[in-house]
Write a protein that binds this ligand. Structure first.
Ligand code: B12
Ligand code: SF4
Length: 641
């Protein structure tokens, strides 16, 4: 059995991915030949968006040579099983690679895992069944070898734990959770397949001291993934450190823990520092994330520094005691203030994340944060600030607190947070951060995200301001309708102008599945008329747009699974409607671009608009597609009559 493990872009790889390295180590230990490929690092030189969302996806979709070459790289390894490591940011690109791979290796078994695949995020799991046969929930080192062996022996995968699969009735089934694996028994990650020189900081490797977090902040999916925090022993981590230095010539490292320091880790971390200092294995290391911890003392932080710690990202998020509590944190203003100072005073570069516009953050709460920066301009070395985004976790933990004002996922209001207020806070915060940056001349930097989470800014020049203010204007609906109309024209191939990305990809996937599985689909089908479809094009009626999406989804599944086509239905429209558009725009050639084309399905005035990577292949199958589509439309027509 040969296994290839792969990570698709976009993931802002700064080190080789731990997920693949851990899984490979377990497979190798069980005698399974495994090769890892990190495509995200290959994509880095042309990376379109750090956040890795629609801009990057579109780039990849429009440049099929990218994902085709990635599929080929997998295929040349001649694997029997391919395992994709999936994040919200790479799920669509993973699907593109997987689809291409299935044409190259029709008998391949594809599996997938990653931090989003938890039962609360069922929509992602469902989405992944489009391209992978088995989806694994949770940490997979213990179970992956059993899974591969069961596949190899044609055994019953349904008897293993942690697996999502489609049963005979095509229904999604979960085989049940397994106990969390003993953390000190997990084999050390195997990085041999990665070119360590390809990453931005050479000879730097990631380590994990612990997994999970003790808290359960209501916007963080950590709890869904790891339940709680488990710490490795100091001895175990120290052995890995030594191994990395000897085998990989590691010169620098990062602890990728969600939240490194807590009462669960502090004792072992203290011991670890003693060991590092005693054996003089002091390499520079930094910490991806740690929450505000009131158990921190001056001697302990000094010891961390002595053992090589040079940087930390602190999850402060807000200096308001009230908002910290509402987020689910155990800290207060003073803890956050002390923590930032303790690290800073000990010569540790201290960064923090800030969230503004939390649903219950009022002006006074925001001022607590803003004033801290005004009063303490010299403590931190970097700040990353974003407006609050009510993700799936927040909406589950705090139902009914926020409401959406339009179908744009960033256009929401909470009891104290409106678009207007968030815009105002954004301006106040970025002005303060820009002033600190200018005054501290190279000693302070910031990343402030735009309100759509597409782009980060590290200055606030006239040009930045123009872009950012326009982004806020868009959100406020000034030309949202216009944008929607333009997007539709673009999808129809009638204009070439790219429409700026607004929806986050994750929301996109969420909507797709919420719509698909909403009960409205069934009842609305019978009401379809040309007028209704027309209305749906403008999304003025939610129910109708569900209908269109649902039909599209059926066809998409059909295209993907039966015909193995890498094509997607952009829309179903009435002939009357598209004719009008074509006439008014004087663009009478329906074959408008390489990727998008219109095909009239000779039935009931309905036009199917396909977006395909390989147009000639789609054309080859068009008659089949029509055959599939027509009975569906008839069914609709019959009910209508
Ligand atoms: C380090 C890190 C980063 C670093 C990456 C550095 C690097 N190495 O390249 C940086 C700073 C760049 C980063 C950025 C971001 N990150 Co980050 N990051 C992490 C972090 C802390 C560690 C990742 C890691 O090493 N994990 C350890 C491995 C072992 O765990 P794992 O990947 O989950 O893998 C296990 C299972 O999921 C499963 N599994 C995984 N893959 C597969 C595949 C198969 C086939 C199978 C069977 C099983 C399986 O088995 C694995 C072993 O147990 C995680 C949180 C966490 N602790 O995981 C967040 C996390 C991955 N990041 C997250 C986010 C949201 C982001 C950002 C969008 C944040 C932001 N707002 O800017 C950005 C954008 C990323 C991008 N698009 O480029 C989310 C991802 C959410 C999601 N579901 O996709 C996480 C989970 C944090 C969180 N709880 O919200 N991040
Ligand atoms: S402290 Fe950080 S890692 Fe822990 S639950 Fe809260 S946001 Fe998530």
């Amino acid at each position: 059995m040969k296994v290839v493990l792969a990570l698709a872009p976009v993931w802002q790889s700064s080190t080789p991915p731990l997920s693949l390295a851990f899984l490979k180590a377990s497979l190798i230990k069980n005698g399974i030949d495994t090769f890892c490929i990190d495509f995200s690092i290959q994509f880095r030189p042309i990376m379109v968006s750090v956040m890795g969302d629609i801009a990057a996806e579109e780039y990849v979709a429009e440049n099929p040579s990218t994902y085709k070459s990635w599929a080929k790289q997998i295929a040349v390894q001649k694997p029997d099983v391919v395992g994709f490591s999936v994040l919200m940011s790479n799920i669509k690109i993973t699907a593109m690679i997987a689809s291409e791979l299935k044409t190259l290796l029709p008998n391949i078994t594809i599996i997938a895992g990653g931090p989003s695949f938890t039962r609360e995020n069922i929509k992602y799991i469902r989405y992944a069944t489009k391209f992978s046969k088995y989806i694994i929930e949770g940490e997979a080192e213990s179970m992956i070898s059993d899974l591969i062996n069961t596949i190899a022996n044609n055994g019953d995968v349904g008897k293993l734990k942690q697996i999502w699969l489609l049963d005979e009735k095509n229904e999604l089934k979960y085989t049940g959770a397994a106990p969390l694996q003993p953390i000190n028994e997990i084999p050390f990650p195997d990085f041999r397949d990665f070119d360590l020189n390809a990453y931005p900081e050479k000879n730097k490797l990631p380590l994990l001291f612990s997994r999970g977090c003790i808290l359960n902040c209501n916007y963080c999916e950590n709890k869904w993934n790891h339940l709680t925090q488990r710490s490795r022993s100091a001895e175990n981590v120290f052995l890995e450190l030594k191994r990395n230095v000897i085998e990989y010539k590691m010169e620098k490292y990062i602890f990728n823990d969600d939240s490194l320091i807590s009462y669960k880790t502090i004792h072992e971390l203290d011991k670890y520092c003693d060991m590092v200092i005693a054996e003089d294995l002091i390499l520079p290391w930094h910490v991806y994330g740690t929450r505000v911890e009131n158990k921190l003392t001056q001697p302990f932080v000094a010891k961390l520094r002595k053992a090589g710690m040079y940087g930390v990202s602190l999850g402060i998020e807000t200096f308001s005691t009230k908002i910290q509590k509402e987020m689910g944190k155990s800290s207060k203003y003073n803890d956050a203030d002390n923590c930032a100072r303790l690290f800073g005073d000990n010569g540790i570069n201290t960064e923090t994340w800030i969230i503004y516009g939390y649903p219950t953050e009022n002006d006074k709460d925001f001022e607590d944060t803003l004033n801290w920066f005004i009063q303490n301009p010299n403590v931190l070395s970097h700040v990353t600030a974003n407006t609050f985004g009510p993700n799936a976790k927040y909406r589950t933990d705090r139902p009914d607190v926020i409401k959406y004002n339009s179908n744009n996922s960033w256009d929401w209001s909470g009891p104290e947070s409106t678009l207007e207020k968030r815009k105002k806070r954004f301006l106040q915060l970025i002005e303060v951060l820009e002033t600190i940056r200018k005054n501290r001349k190279g000693k302070f930097s910031f990343h402030v995200g735009d309100p759509y989470y597409v782009k980060y800014f590290n200055t606030f020049t006239k040009k930045d301001k123009a872009y950012l203010m326009e982004a806020w204007d868009k959100l406020e609906g000034v030309y949202f309708e216009k944008r929607k109309f333009k997007k539709m024209l673009f999808n129809l191939g009638l204009i070439n102008e790219k429409i700026p990305t607004t929806m986050s990809k994750s929301q996109d996937v969420e909507d797709e599945y919420e719509n698909l599985h909403s009960p409205e689909n069934e009842t609305i089908v019978s009401n379809i008329t040309d007028a209704v479809i027309r209305e749906a094009l403008y999304n003025t009626n939610d129910n109708v747009s569900y209908l269109i999406k649902s039909i599209n989804e059926d066809i998409n599944n059909y295209l993907f699974t039966v015909k193995k086509l890498d094509a997607e239905v952009v829309s179903l429209k009435t002939k009357e409607y598209t004719d009008k558009l074509l006439q008014t725009s004087k663009l009478l050639d329906p074959y408008i671009s390489e990727n998008i084309f219109l095909k009239i399905v000779h039935q009931e005035n309905i036009i199917l608009i396909l977006k395909g990577i390989d147009r000639s292949t789609i054309e080859e199958h068009v008659d089949d597609i029509k055959k599939f589509l027509i009975p569906k439309i008839r069914l609709i027509q019959k009910e209508k009559a």
